[in-house]
Write a protein that binds this ligand. Structure first.
Ligand SMILES: *Cc1c(COP(=O)(O)O)cnc(C)c1O
Length: 425
């Protein structure tokens, strides 16, 4: 199936007389005839459902749809994008371990890596994604367990050179994990470029309608964890909580996702509600229609803003003048995403005045939604930072993050035009 068909059909095939829609199995538990039937599930001897904290049929169908879109062997849903990124790393890192991430990533992920995981004894080194291979290589240590980045970063819209990162990770015997939230598998499938594990905040484009928070992890099955037994003991030594099974031996290419489900979900329980998984599946059905429209609108907005005297700078990888234009052409021949950022002349005050003058485009914390929305990080997500700290975080005080929606482009441009006129007075 092509990606457009997968959006509608992957992960669920109704049988004779069965519903067209993915059924919502809104049930915490599942019945078995005998005690032994259920015991076999607890031993991971048989696959099946017993408690929704670990696995639920609706969630599994939706995860399978996303996994097929990404070209992976298995997927799991989580309660949020935060949980997806945490689980993706915590599945192979424990106290005393180290990993490397690009510095230009979503603020919530940065905090998770720099503050919360540090408290758990897992240390993260942040690198500039545009640094040379030598520089990034020098951040690796004996105990480094993975390399992490975002395909297109939030909010900086920087484009990751996936092949470069895959080469670096593999030369050190660790997997590359990529958060593919912004492009979605419609515009980029990182696994095709050598990435091993893909994560998503499904709260964003995959849903697209602002109805649920959720996340997803997809494993390519390509990284051979058994080849690095010493590095990944959790996957290669007996798990006492399941009578000594060894994940790589018993589950092969499914080892990573099976461990994440049977250990992390069991113990930490960041499960997505089946009802939310159903909403997510509806979003995915139209993803292939929405993404091209987001990209088309965002490019027109970027061109419009670039042409205006009031605007100091515009950052969108689809613009020929953009630093990442060549990389974007390589990895995103059909367009990147609907998010761009820009700054007004006159800095912070003028940016705030501009946003307050908008009538159609809304001020939301959200991003990657069907409705156009804006956020001013210096006043919102990064409000607590001083001017110097903002500078250090690479956030210009004038920076506005614009998530361009699927409305008529004429209406969006008209709103921007009237707001630019309004702030002249
Ligand atoms: C929003 C976002 C997250 C976090 O996802 P939640 O669903 O809000 O927990 C992670 N990564 C990226 C790139 C995001 O945009």
């Amino acid at each position: 199936m092509k990606k457009e068909t997968k959006c509608l059909r992957a992960g669920y095939e109704p049988g004779n007389g069965e519903p067209r829609q993915i059924p919502i199995i809104q049930s915490t538990t599942f019945r078995y005839n005998t005690s032994d039937d259920m015991g076999a599930l607890f031993d991971l001897e048989k696959s099946g459902y017993f408690y929704t904290r670990l696995q639920n049929p609706t969630n599994d169908m939706v995860a399978a749809r996303i996994a097929e879109l990404e070209g992976g062997v298995a997927g799991m849903l989580t309660s949020s994008g935060q949980a997806a990124n945490f689980f993706a790393i915590f599945n192979i890192c424990t106290a005393g371990d180290h990993f490397i991430s690009t510095a230009s990533i979503y603020g919530g992920t940065f905090n998770l890596f720099a503050v919360t995981m540090k408290k758990m004894g897992i240390e993260c080194t942040f690198v500039d994604q545009d640094a040379s291979e030598e520089e990034i290589n020098s951040a690796f240590r004996e105990n480094t367990k993975c390399l992490f980045g975002e395909t297109i970063s939030n909010p900086g819209v920087r484009v990751l050179d996936i092949e470069k990162f895959a080469k670096i990770a593999h030369s050190h015997g660790v997997p590359l994990i990529i958060d593919n939230t912004f492009p979605t598998p419609i515009n980029c499938r990182p696994i095709e470029w050598g990435c091993d594990i893909v994560t998503h905040s499904t709260t964003k484009y995959l849903d697209g309608h602002g109805v649920q928070t959720g996340g997803c992890i997809v494993d390519s099955g390509n990284f051979d964890f058994s080849a690095y037994g010493d590095k990944f003991p959790g996957l290669n030594t007996p798990d006492d909580s399941y009578h000594g099974i060894i994940y790589t031996q018993k589950f092969g290419k499914m080892a990573y996702i099976t461990k994440a489900t049977s250990q992390l979900m069991r113990d930490l329980g960041c499960t997505q509600a089946p009802q939310n998984a159903f909403y997510l599946s509806l979003g995915v059905e139209t993803l292939h229609l929405r993404m091209p429209r987001h990209c088309e609108n965002a490019l027109k907005v970027a061109e419009f803003l670039s042409s205006r005297d009031e605007i100091e700078w515009v950052n969108y990888p689809g613009l020929k003048t953009n630093k990442y234009y060549d990389l974007a052409k390589k990895y995103y021949p059909d367009g990147t995403c609907g998010v761009l950022c820009f700054g007004l002349k006159g800095g912070r005050q003028q940016s705030i005045k501009f946003m307050d003058s908008l009538k159609l485009v809304r001020i939301y914390t959200h991003v990657a939604d069907s409705q156009s929305c804006m956020l001013h990080p210096a006043s919102h997500t990064h409000r607590q930072l001083s001017e110097q700290q903002l500078k250090d975080a690479g956030i210009d005080p004038s920076l506005i993050r614009f998530s361009v929606g699927t409305e008529a482009i004429e209406d969006i441009i008209e709103d921007l035009t009237q707001a630019l006129e309004a702030i002249k007075q």
